[in-house]
Design a protein around this ligand. Structure first.
Ligand code: LLP
Length: 411
C-alpha cells in the first residue's frame, strides 16, 4: 500500500510527509488495508480445512492492530500473561487463543486457565506437571498440545531458527511419544493437539514440509497408542520481502503443501506474525543532520536502534526511501540514529538520493518486531503510532512524554 504519486510517497491515500507534519517523527505508520489483505490471504488459503489463524501477537501487540485482527476473526498466538491480557482486552475470543513459551510461570498458567484460553503449547515435562497441578487446584481441565522440536534447520538468522536440535524450544523429537503417553495419565490434562514452529523469516516451503512430515510420524505413533490428535498447530514463520529480488512463497502455497502431508480429518492452526503485519508498518524518520566523517557520508535521523532493533540485532535489511522524490543524484550513505553506539544504524552503505536536513525518510516493512521490540534506551520515550485507513489517519498510540519515562519509579 506504499506508492509514489508524482513526487510524493503515499501510504494508502495519505502522503507520508503530511503524517510527519501532523504527528511528528519518528512515528510508526500502519496501513489497515494491508493488514486486512494479508489476513484474507491466509483465510482464503485455509478454506479447504477446518481451523484457526492465530496472529502471533509478539510481532505487534498494539491494541488497535489486535482489534482489527480480532474483528476479522483471527485467533491469537500468545507467549506471556501480558499478551493474553492484551488479546482479551482487544476482543479476541479466549477460545481462539493458544499459549506457547518455554518459561510459563505458575501465575501465567493460572491466569490463562482462568481466562479459558483454548490450548497450552507445552514445552517440557515439568511444565506439563505444573499445568496439571494448577488445573487440578482450580478444578479445571487444561487443553494441551505438545510443542515438538522437529530438528529442522531452515535458512534464516540463527537467533530466529527455533526448530533445530540444540535449541531450548519444545519437547525433543525423540521424547515426543513419551510426552503424549505421560499426558494420557494426567487427570487434569486433555490432549487436543500437536505444535511445532521452526523459525521466522523463512523464504522456502521445503523446511516447513520436512517438519510437517516429521510431525506426521509422531501423530501416527501417538494415535496408534489410542490417543487422538485433532489439531495440528503448524506455527508461523513465513517470511516477507525486505529486499528487492527476494522471492516469498504465498500463504496458499505454504498451507496447501502442509495440508497434503496430513489426513483430511485434522484441524489446523497457523500462527503467522510477520507475514500479517510486517509489510503493513513503516517507520517515519526525520533527517536531523548530515555529515561526512572518515570519507563516509552519514544521515543522522531521529530513529534509533531503541525504536527498531532489527538492523542492529540481526543485521536485518530494511529498505529506506525518502518520502519525496526531489533529486535524482544518489550518494552512498549510512543511515544512523542518535544512540551512543556504533551499532545504532538503520542501514549501511545505502545509495540514496540526496536529502536535506529536515526531510523525511521511511524505513520500510517495520511493522513486525519493530514497535514490539522497542525500548527506552538512552531515555528515549516510545514513539507515536498512526493507523491509516484510506484517506483517514488515526493516532493509535500517543508519543510518550518524559514524565512517562519515570512513571513507575519510586524515588
Ligand atoms: N509462533 C511461535 C511459537 C513463535 O515463536 C513465533 C515467532 C511465531 C509463531 C511467529 O513467527 P512469524 O510468522 O512472525 O515468523 N524478532 C525476530 C523474530 C522472532 C520470532 C519469534 N517467534 C525478528 O525481528 O526477525
Amino acid at each position: 500500500m506504499l506508492k509514489f504519486r508524482n513526487d510524493d510517497l503515499y501510504i494508502e491515500n495519505v502522503k507520508l510527509s503530511d503524517i510527519a507534519k501532523e504527528y511528528g517523527t519518528s512515528t510508526y505508520v500502519y496501513s489497515k488495508q494491508q493488514i486486512i489483505s494479508n489476513f484474507e490471504n491466509y483465510k482464503k488459503a485455509m478454506v479447504l480445512r477446518d481451523g484457526l489463524i492465530c496472529f502471533a501477537c509478539k510481532t505487534n501487540s498494539s491494541g488497535a492492530i489486535l482489534k482489527i485482527l480480532a474483528g476479522l476473526g483471527a485467533g491469537a498466538d500468545t507467549t506471556s500473561g501480558g499478551e493474553i491480557y492484551r488479546c482479551l482486552k482487544a476482543g479476541f475470543n479466549p477460545s481462539n487463543i493458544v499459549y506457547a513459551g518455554v518459561g510459563k510461570t505458575a501465575e501465567e498458567i493460572e491466569y490463562a486457565l482462568k481466562s479459558k484460553i483454548f490450548m497450552f503449547n507445552v514445552e517440557s515435562f515439568e511444565e506439563l506437571d505444573i499445568i496439571d497441578k494448577i488445573a487440578g487446584k482450580m478444578k479445571r481441565k487444561a487443553n494441551i498440545a505438545f510443542r515438538i522440536n522437529p530438528y529442522v534447520n531452515p535458512d534464516t538468522h540463527s537467533y530466529i531458527a527455533t526448530g533445530k536440535k540444540g535449541t531450548k524450544f519444545g519437547i525433543p523429537y525423540e521424547d515426543a511419544v513419551k510426552a503424549y503417553l505421560t499426558a494420557k495419565k494426567k487427570k487434569n490434562i486433555s490432549v487436543v493437539g500437536i505444535h511445532y514452529h521452526i523459525g521466522s523469516q523463512i523464504l522456502e516451503v521445503e523446511p516447513f514440509v520436512v517438519a510437517a512430515k516429521k510431525i506426521k510420524k509422531i501423530v501416527d505413533e501417538v494415535e496408534m497408542n489410542g490417543m487422538w490428535i485433532s489439531y495440528i498447530d503448524c506455527g508461523g514463520g513465513l517470511g516477507i520481502k525486505y529486499e528487492k529480488g527476494e522471492k516469498v512463497p504465498s500463504p496458499k502455497c505454504l498451507i496447501s503443501e502442509i495440508f497434503s502431508v496430513f489426513d483430511k480429518d485434522k484441524k489446523f492452526i497457523f500462527e503467522p506474525g510477520r507475514s500479517i503485519i510486517g509489510n503493513a508498518g513503516h517507520l517515519l524518520a526525520k533527517v536531523l543532520y548530515r555529515k561526512m566523517s572518515g570519507g563516509k557520508s552519514f544521515l543522522i535521523t531521529d530513529v534509533g536502534m531503541n525504536d527498531l532493533i532489527r538492523p542492529t540485532l540481526y543485521d536485518a535489511y530494511h529498505e529506506i526511501v525518502p518520502v519525496k522524490k526531489t533529486r535524482v543524484k544518489k550518494v552512498r550513505s549510512d543511515v544512523v540514529g542518535p544512540i551512543c553506539e556504533s551499532g545504532d544504524f538503520m542501514g549501511k552503505d545505502r545509495m540514496l538520493p540526496i536529502v536535506d536536513q529536515g526531510e523525511y525518510l521511511l524505513v520500510t516493512c517495520a511493522g513486525a518486531y519493530g514497535a514490539a521490540m522497542s525500548s527506552e534506551y538512552n531515555s528515549r520515550p516510545p514513539l507515536a503510532e498512526v493507523l491509516v485507513d484510506g484517506k483517514q489517519t488515526k493516532l493509535i498510540r500517543k508519543r510518550a512524554s518524559y514524565k512517562d519515562l519515570v512513571f513507575n519509579e519510586i524515588l
